[in-house]
Every structure is written in structure tokens, then in C-alpha cells.
Design a protein around this ligand. Structure first.
Ligand code: HEC
Length: 173
């Protein structure tokens, strides 16, 4: 399987579909950095900036993300594992869940035009709770994102990135 995909792409430079999804991933990483900076107080809060960052993640996850990994686009210049092909359902679920969380995060900005509100903050102990959720797969997916503080949503978003990378991305050199 790996051999077949490798042969199909070998000798070619980075294909457009790979370059595009890598650029989309980088845009999400920049957006996550912005949101993280805002929560940490390193960047001034601005509702429009916060919302734009959340929207970047929302637009590049879900269906758009799944469609950027067509069959045969693995190996060679890509860090995407060929396992994506064998685990389409799981891959799609991760991309969809990320989109649901990003959509909720984006809504939070509408309710906070002037600054981060108390209700957007994670209560003490919640961070620990979220890492427990991360360990027990499935629980996070069952919890209702619309009832979560924005900061908690953001932690779950980062977990979603990590979960997918751990399973479906391999380090190149
Ligand atoms: C459903 C799976 C999945 C999710 C969710 C996901 N990624 Fe990725 N990501 C990948 C795969 C697979 C690659 C390797 C793509 C390639 O090289 O073809 C990748 C690559 C990347 C890269 C490297 C891009 C490059 O220049 O080569 C960055 C940065 C990245 N992801 C950030 C993120 C961030 C930030 C999030 C969450 C907001 C996220 N990803 C969510 C699967 C995912």
C-alpha cells in the first residue's frame, strides 16, 4: 500500500493538493497562536481578531479538511500517513469535531464585544478536567460544546489537532 502511494508520487515535487493543505494547516496554527496569545494576555483582546482566528479554524476543518486529503495523496512530500485511507471514518470525525468546536468558539466572540468575559474563562480545575477528558476518548465528543467556556473550547481544539497528528501524521526528516 505504502509502496503504491509512494510510487504514484515519487519524483514529483510537492503536489498542489499537498501544498494547499499544508498552507491551510499553517493558517490554523497561526490562528491558534493568536487565540492562545489573547487568552494569555500577550495580545490585546479584539473581538474581530478573535473571531477571525476562530473562523479560520472553522473554515479549514470539517468537510474542507477531509476533501484536502484525497486518495493517493500520501507519502513522498507529504507527512500525511496512508492510514488515513484505511480510517476514513475516524479521520472525518476528528475534522468534524474540530469544526464544531471552532464554530462555538467563533460564537463566543459575538457575545464578548469588549473583552474576555468571566464566562469565557475556564474555572480552576477545569484544565485538569479537560486533560482527563482527552485521555478518555469519546467523553469529550459527548459533552455539549455550546455549554463550555471559550477557553475550555480552545483547549479541546488544541487536543483535536494533537490527536489527529498523533495518529495520521508522520515526521519528515
Ligand atoms: C483530522 C486530522 C487533522 C486535524 C484535526 C488537524 N491536523 Fe494538522 N495535519 C494533519 C496531517 C495529516 C498533516 C500532514 C499534511 C501533509 O504533509 O500532507 C498535518 C499537518 C499540519 C501542519 C504542518 C503543515 C506543513 O507545513 O507541513 C501544521 C502546522 C498543522 N497540521 C497544524 C494543525 C493545527 C493547528 C490543527 C488544529 C487547529 C490541526 N493541524 C488539526 C492532520 C490534522
Amino acid at each position: 500500500m505504502t509502496g503504491v502511494a509512494g510510487t504514484a508520487l515519487s519524483g514529483t515535487a510537492v503536489t498542489p493538493v499537498v501544498a494547499e493543505r499544508q498552507a491551510a494547516m499553517k493558517a490554523m496554527a497561526d490562528a491558534a497562536k493568536t487565540i492562545s496569545g489573547i487568552f494569555d494576555g500577550k495580545l490585546a483582546y479584539d473581538a474581530a481578531t478573535f473571531k477571525a482566528a476562530a473562523e479560520t479554524i472553522r473554515h479549514r476543518s470539517g468537510k474542507a479538511m477531509v476533501e484536502s486529503f484525497p486518495g493517493g495523496s500520501f507519502g513522498a512530500s507529504s507527512a500525511a500517513k496512508v492510514e488515513i485511507e484505511q480510517s476514513r471514518e475516524e479521520f472525518t470525525a476528528l475534522a468534524r469535531h474540530l469544526q464544531d468546536l471552532a464554530a462555538e468558539l467563533s460564537l463566543a466572540a459575538d457575545n464578548a464585544p469588549d473583552g474576555i468575559t468571566e464566562s469565557m474563562r475556564m474555572a480552576p480545575g477545569m484544565a485538569m478536567g479537560s486533560s482527563l477528558l482527552g485521555k478518555r476518548a469519546g467523553v469529550a465528543a459527548e459533552a455539549d460544546p455550546s455549554k463550555m467556556p471559550a477557553e475550555h473550547l480552545f483547549h479541546l481544539i488544541l487536543q483535536e489537532c494533537t490527536n489527529c497528528h498523533a495518529k495520521f501524521r508522520e515526521k519528515r526528516q
